[in-house]
Design a protein around this ligand. Structure first.
Ligand code: ADP
Length: 986
């Protein structure tokens, strides 16, 4: 097919790639390139870029023109697409038969300055973006531009790159000498400094503003707010690095990510987008991470590329009711410039690459992310959420880098489409836990005792991987150390511990034993009502009136669960918020359990959060938006974040109604009422589980019965865990009859593993447990151990597991009769784990399948595995794809497997195996009576190696195929070898 036909055939796809983002940038970049190559003349360009016309129409016009111009233009058009589109879109638009050389064309066109403006257009557009104002000044001084011309160029509706193009177009219309001014100006700038930006200092007013902004940001970020109620803990003293990981695997990123990588280039999936998402569970440390980023910037110790940083809290933005422009948003909510506001804002518009915005807690915004209302003009007023969404999308403030945090469940596909990259924040590593405890307890003996007590309680250790829970546990270390046998197991236990801790610290007399709750019942109910109504209306900041309506007194406030809300704009009267959203959920749960004022349907509704209508409330004037539009938004996408809050609340309700805590409620609520509520919860959990089981399809004949967890399944499991009543877990599992349980991409971390293991251990028959693509990690692996006896296969692909996790897993696995298969593709395994596999293979003579692809196993590891394989008579599948075992590793494996009567399938794809290795592997083929498939794709085997394989195949009739694609063989050799042996696949 000719490239011209291709343009016709792929018309829809090309248009989509160029225009679907709503931004004209891709199309304009393609035009820049074609203009610079002389494929389009300026008049063509003007016919395509008709101001005010729909983007798609402009796109179609371009395609028509390119097609008419013929094969050469079409080929160059494809080359331009390749250059401009992000990698993910690029693949479908390559055309190898490009017929003209763009460099040659360039030469022809450079005789005048006006022509140079055209031939150099793509690079000029990018160079001019940092210095539009200065170039305009040069043009005004030289008499080529009037101030009206400058205003036309500066129109804020244009992105900086569009302003640069407009400038070039105007200069062209002014003639040769104006073009000369621009070229000279750019050249001088480049000579005087290595880049334009290096040679330049921002205007004085901007520097002054930067100083004011950074001292305000520094004051905001140097203390941790959760300690506000108790003591002031400085961020420097307590900050501990959490685990950061890219959501999408990236081959060029090795080792853990650091804070700086968030705004760095590592893992970028969409160059065009400005927004980086940091996602993580509630309490996972997202706000703290941003706080750290702010502090480092304010001190000038990191993120120096950004001159101005504007931090926003979505929670606080919820209460902004009036419509604002971007300028008002920045200045009123972050820092007010003392003078020259217009100039400073203009500077921000002109230098987007020097600006960073952060938006904490996008999931706390009342409105779910949507790209319906498009807004491009930074001076136009709009509701704050519309401004925010347009900034995230990049239709507003294009080029400004934005970092947004959210819980993963609340991230919609529409938001994902607009991301530069997504980074997952996954709590503390085991060494992070040690480090945090040591920082929290300056007395090393106390720190050691706390760590010791964590190590002896693995359920609690699993919870402590979450920073907020570790903070609570450390905060309550005295209670923890005094707990003895009854040390906390569940999240509810941990939160009850902090409740008791705060009460005992704040009140003069403290009641021992279980009476402490009764003593503070009023406070619990007041705060509980505030929390409960807040969760129902997505309200997290409360006014004096809200507090009054719920009867919250000064004494209640003094207990420390509510803190004064920090608000940079500080024009409002005092506002309060809970120490953390999870604490708000906990109080809401206490209210549901203890109050006489909730109706009977509250618990059933709570367990079906998607059906829960917005709770109406008489208070919370500030939080409840008034217009219909907002009401709609509330019912729409925003419910996903609210659903998560309701789920967390329901989890606490389950925990609070657990048999173990009954004595606490003794004098707080009539026991008949409590019994009723317990029954309601148990019924809801059982009904919820049944609903999931009913969704399991009947297996196709010959296949296993498999269940893929639907949303909400893991949450129900967590609720059952909170109840800590094995009767309920057993009951739930007695109705689950599957062979395979699939929980891939379910956001399963250590906390979820604890609950899963608690419930799944009651399964009646062993299952295959598939947990691929979660964040189980070593801590999670340890939590899973109790359910190992009911796992016949364990799939843990892509889960951040290291050799240490494997050591623990296999020590348990060896003792489990049903355990036969394990898949660990894409983890962090090295040679150090292979001795454990070797031991497993020697010990378990019924083990069937071992898949260790895409790890870091070398020749040494292969030799260790070979030791185990020599003594094993059961293994049928061995997968080592994407490791580095090389020839020596292949030889070791071959000699161990040469007499195997069980091995059916062996993969050594992409392992640096050459002909020496291939010849050794040929010995397995020669002797084996079981092997059917051998995968050797993507190695460096030459003809010699393949000859050995062919000879071996002559003695073997069982073998079905040997895969040899992408080895060191010429096309001719491939053809000849295929003729000789049809089982070789190239
Ligand atoms: P999120 O925003 O994800 O809900 P936060 O950042 O509010 O979580 O974290 C909750 C609490 O956990 C913090 O107030 C702090 O006590 C603790 N914490 C979180 N991250 C860290 C960290 N990196 N170092 C020390 N403590 C942390």
């Amino acid at each position: 097919m000719s490239v011209q036909e291709l343009v016709l055939r792929q018309r829809t796809e090309i248009l989509h790639a160029l225009c679907s983002s709503g931004s004209a940038e891709h199309l304009e970049q393609v035009l820049d390139i074609l203009l610079s190559q002389g494929e389009l003349i300026f008049e063509d360009y003007q016919n395509i870029q008709v101001p005010g016309r729909a983007l798609y129409t402009n796109g179609r016009q371009l395609l028509d023109l390119v097609y008419i111009k013929g094969v050469d233009t079409c080929a160059l058009f494809y080359a331009a697409l390749q250059q401009v589109l992000p990698e993910v879109q690029r693949a479908g638009f390559s055309f190898s038969g490009c017929c003209s050389n763009p460099e040659e064309k360039k030469e022809e066109y450079q005789s005048t300055c006006t022509q140079s403006l055209l031939t150099q257009r793509p690079s000029l557009v990018s160079k001019l973006q940092g210095c539009i104002e200065d170039t305009l000044k040069a043009l005004v001084i030289s008499g080529h531009f009037t101030s009206a011309d400058c205003d036309e160029v500066r129109l804020p509706i244009h992105t900086p790159s569009q302003q640069a193009r407009r400038l070039l177009d105007y200069v062209r219309s002014k003639g040769e000498s104006a073009a000369k001014v621009v070229l000279q100006y750019i050249q001088e700038k480049q000579v005087s400094g290595s880049t334009l930006r290096d040679s330049w200092t921002p205007p004085k007013e901007v520097l002054k503003y930067q100083k004011k902004l950074s001292s305000s940001v520094s004051a905001q970020s140097c203390f941790l707010s959760t300690y506000g109620g108790t003591s002031h803990m400085s961020l420097d003293d307590i900050y501990t690095e959490g685990q950061l990981e890219l959501a999408q695997n990236c081959n060029d990123v090795h080792g853990p990510l650091g804070l700086k990588d968030i705004v760095g280039t590592a893992g970028t999936v969409n160059e065009e987008a400005d927004t980086v998402l940091v996602s993580g569970d509630a309490g996972g440390g997202k706000s703290t991470l941003l706080q750290r980023l702010h502090l480092l910037w304010a001190r000038g110790t990191a993120f120096e590329d950004f001159l101005l940083l504007f931090p926003f809290s979505c929670r606080r933005l919820n209460s902004v009711q009036q419509e604002l422009s971007v300028q008002e948003l920045l200045f009123q909510h972050c820092c007010w410039p003392d003078r020259e506001q217009e100039e400073i804002f203009q500077f921000i518009l002109d230098h987007p690459q020097l600006i960073l915005f952060t938006f904490d807690g996008l999931d706390e915004l009342k409105q779910g992310f949507s790209d319906e209302h498009r807004l491009c003009c930074p001076t136009q007023r709009a509701p704050v959420h519309i401004l925010l969404f347009n900034m995230i999308k990049g239709s507003l403030m294009k080029g400004v880098r934005k970092v947004v945090t959210s819980r993963p469940e609340a991230v919609s596909p529409v938001l994902k489409k607009n991301l530069r990259k997504e980074v997952l924040l996954q709590g503390f590593t085991p060494s992070g836990i040690d480090c945090f405890v040591q920082k929290h307890h300056l007395d090393p003996t106390v720190a050691a005792k706390v760590l010791e007590s964590l190590r002896t309680n693995t359920a609690l250790l699993g919870l402590c991987h979450s920073p907020v829970l570790l903070w609570i546990v450390s905060q309550c270390h005295k209670e923890l150390l005094g707990f003895g046998e009854g040390s906390p197991q569940t999240i509810t236990d941990v939160f009850l511990m902090i409740l008791q801790h705060f009460f005992q610290h704040q009140s003069s007399q403290s009641t021992m034993g279980s009476g402490w709750l009764h003593e503070h019942l009023n406070t619990v109910l007041h705060l509980g009502q505030l929390a409960y109504e807040g969760i129902g209306t997505s309200c997290y900041i409360f006014s004096d009136t809200d507090l009054e309506t719920c009867g919250v007194t000064d004494t209640d406030i003094c207990m420390g669960f509510l803190i004064q809300s920090k608000d940079l704009s500080s024009t409002h009267s005092k506002r309060f918020e809970f120490l953390h959203l999870i604490i708000q959920c906990f109080f809401a749960a206490l209210y549901i359990v203890l109050s006489n004022n909730t109706d009977r349907s509250t618990i059933p509704k709570l367990f079906e959060p998607q059906n829960m209508t917005v709770l109406r409330s008489t208070c919370f004037g500030v939080c409840l938006p008034s217009t219909e539009k907002y009401e709609q938004a509330l019912k729409g996408e925003a419910t996903s974040a609210k659903t998560i809050n309701l789920q967390i609340t329901a989890t606490f309700v389950s925990g609070l109604l657990s048999q173990r805590h009954r004595s606490l409620w003794l004098h707080c609520c009539p026991s008949a009422v409590m019994e009723k509520r317990v029954k309601q919860v148990v019924r809801c959990l059982s009904k919820g589980m049944q609903k999931h089981f009913k969704s399991i399809p009947q297996p196709v004949e010959g296949e296993k019965k498999s269940m893929h967890a639907m949303p909400g399944f893991v949450w129900l499991i967590k609720c059952i865990y909170e109840m800590q009543e094995s009767r309920i877990a057993k009951d739930a599992m007695s109705k689950l009859e599957v062979d395979h349980l699939k929980l891939t991409y379910c956001n399963i971390g250590p906390v979820e593993c604890t609950a899963l293991a608690y419930v799944l251990q009651h399964l009646r028959n062993p299952v295959g447990l598939q947990l691929d693509n979660n964040s189980v990690g070593d801590v999670g692996v340890e939590q899973l151990l109790p359910c190992m006896p009911v796992c016949n296969s364990l799939y843990l692909r892509n889960n951040n597991i290291t050799d240490e996790g494997i050591r623990k897993l296999l020590a348990k696995g060896i003792q489990c009769d049903s355990f036969r298969k394990i898949a660990l593709f894409n983890n962090k395994l090295t040679d150090a784990c292979t001795q454990h596999f070797s031991h497993l293979l020697k010990t378990k003579q019924d083990f069937l399948s071992l898949r260790l692809g895409n790890n870091n196993i070398t020749e040494e590891g292969a030799k260790q595995l070979a030791e185990g394989l020599k003594c094993n008579h059961s293994l049928a599948y061995l997968g080592l794809w994407g490791n580095k075992i090389g020839d020596a590793g292949a030889e070791a494996l071959a000699s161990a497997l040469e007499n195997s009567t069980s091995l059916v399938w062996l993969s050594l794809v992409d392992n640096g195996v050459g002909s020496v290795g291939a010849c050794a592997l040929a010995n397995i083929i020669k002797n084996s009576t079981s092997l059917e498939e051998l995968w050797l794709t993507e190695n460096c085997i030459t003809r010699t190696g393949v000859d050995c394989l062919i000879q071996a195949l002559e003695h073997n009739t069982r073998m079905q195929s040997v895969w040899l694609k992408n080895n060191d063989l010429s096309l001719g050799e491939v053809e000849e070898l295929t003729q000789r042996e049809s089982r070789l696949i190239f």
